[in-house]
Design a protein around this ligand. Structure first.
Ligand code: SAM
Length: 305
């Protein structure tokens, strides 16, 4: 399997041999993803949706998300999906909004929001009360964000189109900040090999620089005692532990433990001669073989009073 990957992108394999070279890693990287979805509790109850779908789909609850289910087939074409009662979403990508723990009447910044999987999930946890600033820098991705918000009946989102670094001017403003950052998308290779073809180390270095700036801007905009979540669907330490280490070295940010029933891989504390703050061990690093999902990285951050 590794050799198949090497035929498509040899440099990718050389890099990831240094991150996880287990047989399971390469085996799961080559395995297609299990379809999964989340019930939109703004529109229907979990019980009602399960009873309406179970004659057409075999469903299995996702252990870490009480509204989430694995299914034996894609649900994207069902009437339930068309009318926003369910949202087709990868199982590990449901974790950042759960860790963010948004509550009704909070002010939330979703800095990199399109296509809105996590914005719609946040809105349902907030029971459509409060305000979510749903931002994305790319004009061509704003329409899909707005259409998903409408489909899911989200009425508390205010959509903005700014570079995420713009938000540094709003010091101590938001109760919650989610930075689901642009990344090298290695977790998504299981969905589409185009992400394998597109991967380059040069891009990883450039993304890492941007991610550090986004995380610094988000942290400045976070209220004291608020929660900020930094997440990516990739596994390179330069885009994950190194970004968190940068934030810890340059601010008074503190990391919080993530207590969820999710199998995980030990975070990386040393890479390419760099040693990261031991605190990064509190982050959640998920490799594809841990739960048979997309790879993901999640950090839960707070700002002392
Ligand atoms: C991983 S995707 C977000 C997925 C989304 N949170 C969801 O759950 O549906 C990252 C997003 O960041 C956006 N982005 C890239 N550079 C950005 C920047 N400088 N500021 C804000 N958003 C940016 C991209 O357009 C992309 O939509």
């Amino acid at each position: 399997m590794k050799s198949d990957f090497a035929q498509i992108n040899r440099r990718f394999v050389e890099r990831y041999e240094r991150i996880d070279d287990s047989e399971e890693f390469w085996m799961y990287m080559a395995k297609p993803l299990r379809p999964s979805f989340r019930v939109n509790t703004l529109k229907a109850s979990v019980e009602d949706v399960v009873s309406s779908l179970s004659d057409r789909f075999k469903l299995e609850p996702i252990p870490w998300c009480k509204e989430g289910f694995f299914s034996d087939k894609e649900v994207g074409r069902t009437i339930e999906h068309q009318i926003g009662v369910i949202f087709s979403q990868e199982a590990s990508s449901m974790i950042p909004a759960i860790v963010l723990d948004p509550k009704p009447n909070m002010l939330v910044l979703d800095m990199c929001a399109s296509p809105g999987g996590k914005t719609t999930q946040i809105a349902q946890y907030m029971k459509n009360e409060g305000c979510i600033v749903a931002n994305d820098v790319k004009y061509d991705r704003i329409n899909i964000l707005i259409s998903n918000l409408q489909r899911c009946g989200v009425t508390i989102a205010r959509v903005t189109m700014k570079d995420g670094r713009f938000f540094k001017r709003f010091k101590d403003t938001f109760d919650r900040v989610l930075i689901d950052a642009p990344c090298s998308n290695v977790g998504m290779i299981r969905k589409n090999y185009r992400y394998l073809k597109m991967w380059s180390l040069k891009e990883v270095y450039s993304l890492s620089r941007l991610q550090k700036e986004l995380v610094m801007a988000g942290y400045r905009a976070l209220k004291p005692n608020g929660i900020m979540v930094y997440s990516t669907c990739t596994l390179d330490p330069l885009e994950n532990e190194e970004v968190v280490d940068y934030l810890l070295s340059n601010t008074d940010a503190k990391l919080l433990e993530i207590d969820l029933p999710v199998n995980r891989t030990e975070p990386i504390t040393e890479f390419e001669g760099k040693v990261y703050d031991e605190e990064v061990k509190k982050c959640l690093r998920i490799h594809p073989q841990d739960n048979d999902t997309e790879g993901f990285f999640i950090a839960k951050i707070t700002k002392p009073e």
